[in-house]
Design a protein around this ligand. Sequence first.
Ligand SMILES: [Zn+2]
Length: 285
Amino acid sequence: MILAGRINANIMQAIGQIAETEWNSGLAEVIAYRDAVLVAQRRLCAYCKRRVYRNEVGFRELDHILPKAQNPRKKLNGVRASSNDKKYRRHTTGYPQFMYNPENLVIACKRCNGFKGSYDALADRSQYPVNYPALSNQFEWIHPYHDEWSLHIKLVATFLYAAVDASPKGTAVIHACGLDKAEELTKRLFEDYVDESEELVDGMMALIHSREPFDTREAAERFARVYGKDPEAIRTCLIDLQAAKAGGSEVLARALDTVSIELGEAGRAILPVAVAAAQGDGAVV
Ligand SMILES: [Zn+2]
């Protein structure tokens, strides 16, 4: 689904007219825009297509497709910042001139947003743009206003991501959003078990990876109290995590059993690594 034309023109226009000094996330125009984008995106993250929940940062913040500024933790290297080489794309001067351009704003989940960071997806970075690029081929990225996600990325076995026909746009999004990283995929998979609470999953993963022995019932009840979840669902998840760490891959196997889709090349390649991550070595693809 392409976003262009799916958001009310008046709402688009209103956001384009807000001056930089006036912009804040509580402005009525910004709230209206964010809500309209979320509905147009069917409440799915623009990049991984998982549900974006109200309590996620991804709901409250809009992702800038072209980064608004350089990464403050990365010393700017001008040669690298104008290079089209993939490995230098986190070096960027940023595009403050497009910060409030509605076509540069989409909603992404917290995990994708965090991974993407300052990734610069302008196709030809040797030409610094004055006007916002209006064409799909000016981005080496799935631009939600121009590109149909499903023509570039497919979900395999519900939680693995593969580029359709080696699509360069699909490959770029998968890589920059961490959708090819086993630890990430494993966390996202477990989030589905426990109603998408990222903090809870991070807490459970930390417990599993710690060397301290623990009682699953007691731990599940503790997590359930903090996060208001069903202790039995959490306990099942903890037991699955322990099994995965102990050498089995039961939890992943179960997820795969629930679908009849045959694993593609990408899925076959990533599965052992996903299992390895659940077992605790944190390996990445
Ligand atoms: Zn996402």
